[in-house]
Design a protein around this ligand. Structure first.
Ligand code: PLP
Length: 383
């Protein structure tokens, strides 16, 4: 059976070029980057080369990149790291209600420790209001953490404007760019970003590797304790092969791929919303190039996903990280969908490997599934 993978916001296939780049570091070049012999030095060189590649991508300096074990870890390090380093100055943090659980749960954990958190509302498109942000800032605000692009609905926030406001007020600004890194232009200096989370497995790199951009001279407290790796901020022997793979993946994304994904997304989306009782969730304009989130009115997302799965089409409902639990997506609720609407919504996310034929195949299957499920529910409603 044909397999159409439309769950790239959740994770992506490894690019074979990435595998090739990683392979030597999984086999004969296995040194510990802290060792002083040749094998260790070779590992150190590979890590520092990768650090420079990633830094160049976002206009940062290599010493501003800290490798972590995941984007989740980078989010935690950023938020708790700033909180613990600045608690004498203030204990107030501003974030949004549509952040990834890695940010929301880190904030909730800080609330338990006496920090005060403001969760900004978003509008129906998933955008925060800049006015609300300005109003929420207090004398004791130490950090603003607003994601660049949302993982469920793909909404892109105006992070340049947020960065400017924070810098003017002397408040640190963190953005989770796990979904947007390489898909949207990011210049941490021009955008006044102090801390930024990125991830490899969303860009055809390996799982289990992320990074935190930390602006020079911004102090954070480490949240784990051990050796002096990663400038003393993230102890533990570096994941050499994954770091090399992360940097390789970052070099492989080209503008042509982004433009092609955007065209494919628009084609897919316009065909979907032409169908009766199908609506787009989130913003039409401020949307990530690979994200589609639609509401199939009256069709539960679980049943829809099962039917899609049986035809080899892989998508998701809500975010994949919470797909095991039957909880209504906090993001879809935040854009004021009812529970029923949120639980009838599906996210399709494409990649540079998605072809026009894949989309045609998926569209045909979706049309058939929707038609037959609606027919069944019409019969049930009559009985
Ligand atoms: N932040 C965002 C916006 C994400 O989309 C994800 C993954 O879905 C994460 C953080 C967490 O990434 P990981 O599971 O790799 O730690």
């Amino acid at each position: 059976m044909r397999q159409i993978y439309l769950d790239n916001a959740s994770t992506t296939m490894l690019d074979l070029e990435v595998v090739k780049a990683m392979l030597p570091y999984l086999t004969n070049k296995y040194g510990n980057a802290s060792s002083s012999h040749d094998l260790g030095r070779e590992a150190r060189e590979a890590i520092e080369n990768a650090r420079k590649i990633i830094a160049d991508k976002i206009n940062a300096k290599p010493n501003e990149i800290i490798f972590t074990g995941s984007a989740t870890e980078a989010d935690n390090l950023a938020i708790k790291g700033i909180a613990y380093a600045n608690k004498v100055k203030g204990k107030h943090i501003i974030t949004s209600e549509i952040e990834h659980p890695a940010v929301i749960e880190a904030c909730k954990a800080l609330e338990q420790e006496g920090f005060s958190i403001t969760y900004l509302n978003v509008n129906r498109e998933g955008l925060i209001s800049i006015e609300d942000l300005k109003k929420a800032i207090r004398k004791d605000t130490i950090l603003v953490s607003i994601m660049h692009a949302n993982n469920e609905i793909g909404t892109i926030q105006n992070i340049s404007e947020i960065g400017e406001i924070c810098r003017a007020k002397g408040i640190y600004f963190h953005t989770d760019a796990s979904q947007s890194f390489t898909k949207l232009p990011i210049d941490v200096k021009a955008m006044n970003i102090d801390l930024m989370t990125i991830s490899a497995h969303k860009i055809h790199g390996p799982k289990g590797i992320g990074a935190l951009y930390l602006r020079e001279n911004v102090n954070i407290k480490p949240i784990q304790h051990g050796g002096s790796h990663e400038f003393g901020l993230r102890p533990g022997t570096e994941n050499l092969a994954n770091i090399v793979g992360f940097a390789k993946a970052a070099t492989l994304v080209i503008q042509k791929d982004i433009e092609r994904m955007t065209r494919l997304r628009d084609y897919f989306l316009s065909a979907l919303i032409k169908m009766p009782k199908v609506k787009l969730n989130g913003s039409h304009k401020q949307r990530l190039c690979n994200n589609i989130n639609v509401l199939f009115q009256g069709i539960g997302s679980e049943i829809m996903l099962n039917h899609l799965n049986s035809q080899g089409i892989y998508a998701s409902a809500g975010s994949a990280c919470t797909a095991q639990e039957i909880t209504t997506s906090h993001v879809l609720k935040a854009i004021v969908l009812t529970d029923e609407e949120a639980n009838s919504s599906i996210r399709f996310s494409i990649s540079k490997f998605t072809s026009r034929e894949d989309i045609e195949y998926a569209l045909n299957a979706i049309k058939e599934i929707v038609y037959s499920l609606r027919k069944i529910s019409a019969i049930i409603n009559k009985v």
